[in-house]
Ligand binder design. Sequence first.
Ligand code: ATP
Length: 478
Amino acid sequence: MKATRNLIAIGQESENFQGILHQLEEHEWNVHRAATIRQAWKALHETSYPVGIIYLEDTSDDHLREVEGIINEFMTRWIAIASPSALHSSTVCTAISRLFSGIHILPIENGNLLISLENLAALANLDAKQNVSSPETAEPHDCRMVGSSSIMKSLYRTIHKVAVVDAPVFIQGESGTGKELTARAIHEESSRSGEAFNAVNCGALPANLIQSELFGHEKGAFTGASQRKIGIIESTQGGTLFLDEIGDLPLDMQVNLLRFLENHTIQRVGGLKEIEVDVRVLAATHVDLEHAVAEGRFREDLYHRLNVLQVKVPALRERGEDIETLAKYFFKCFANEKSMQVKGFTKESLAIMRLYEWPGNIRELINRVRRAMVMCEHPLIRPSDLGLERRHSPSRYAESLEEARDMAERSVVLAGLSRNSFNVQHAARELGISRVTLYRLMEKHHIHRNSEEESHQHTRGHAKAPNVVDFSPLHKSR
Ligand SMILES: Nc1ncnc2c1ncn2[C@@H]1O[C@H](COP(=O)(O)OP(=O)(O)OP(=O)(O)O)[C@@H](O)[C@H]1O
């Protein structure tokens, strides 16, 4: 019968292996034989093979590293063939379970191998048919606060403290750091959690609509007001209102807002009645409000009204320990949009993400991870997929010579470790320092060995990250 499906098979020309391949050819498989990993690289660069077999005769560390290299390079799904004795080594077992989609132990039941290959080919076919949605805009669908760095633990404590007090909270932080998520967390932990949470971006509302959006209007209040409209403040009755970019609120609106904060009443546009509203206000801005007050762009009395309690959301670069956890969390969030052929990040990517400054904070991290997952053509996301190659020149952000030295030291240590799969002994030798010194430097720069084990991710769904705060989906007005 004529061969119809392509398969690459890597392994020495042992009689055993050739016998297996011969059987496959008799069952419509077009087998490309590669005696060495090097030959297979060449073949895979020329042709794409949806499925492959690797005969693991040689189970030395060096060979397993080569096997890992080729598996991580191409989108082929692999089956391992090994002798029972190979499985006596825990290193080999770990490598097989991490890298391969299946294993067959010698002597092979050819029928079973054929079924495995059929299944893998079907999965590969699904990969090819997959529709990938646009990477441009989406963010994860659920709202969790992820991170276990000391600075995040301190944020969780602050959230907890301010949640139980019914006063306005002023949330400060750079753009994309999680101010809105923090506001939701405060609401969820407060006694108002059963009521509405509404978020309004003051900077995004057109000036002529702000008043009626916030306070509502009566029928006939102005041309086009054909119906009474309940404003956002009134519709948040009993709940929490998050006013984002409060610094962009025009001065006349600031007066109205102040009146509402002082009296807990509002008037709809065109209405005469004072309506009582019980709404907690949380406000945020990424601009320096004190500066805006000094320049007369923001009312001082309103500033003090809003600024009763403060919460500072840290920039992503201040929480280096969390970057890996966050990147993996977002990877899992988006995993079902792309074939699980993309398994995670290379060690180099994880190291570079830690060094990068993240001017766009978590929102930038989300976008880079998502884009990389869509565009990546290898099982592991590389720095180039994230658009982060050669971006972290250590001296670029340093303000003092000492800081520049520190950053350079950290960068060299991380690079050395990631080149050596986080093997301290090998990395120390390559860096020309003792193991003790390397351990000391790792401690100094908060570099952990577990970066290595975590560089592969096979999970879908939401394995709970440490220190995760959960929120249910909430109503949001923008
Ligand atoms: N600690 C966190 N864990 C998980 N996701 C987070 C965390 N912080 C922020 N995010 C996510 O990052 C994105 C940006 O967060 P958010 O909108 O709260 O930031 P922001 O500071 O309000 O931004 P902006 O200043 O642009 O309004 C959201 O998708 C949010 O869910």
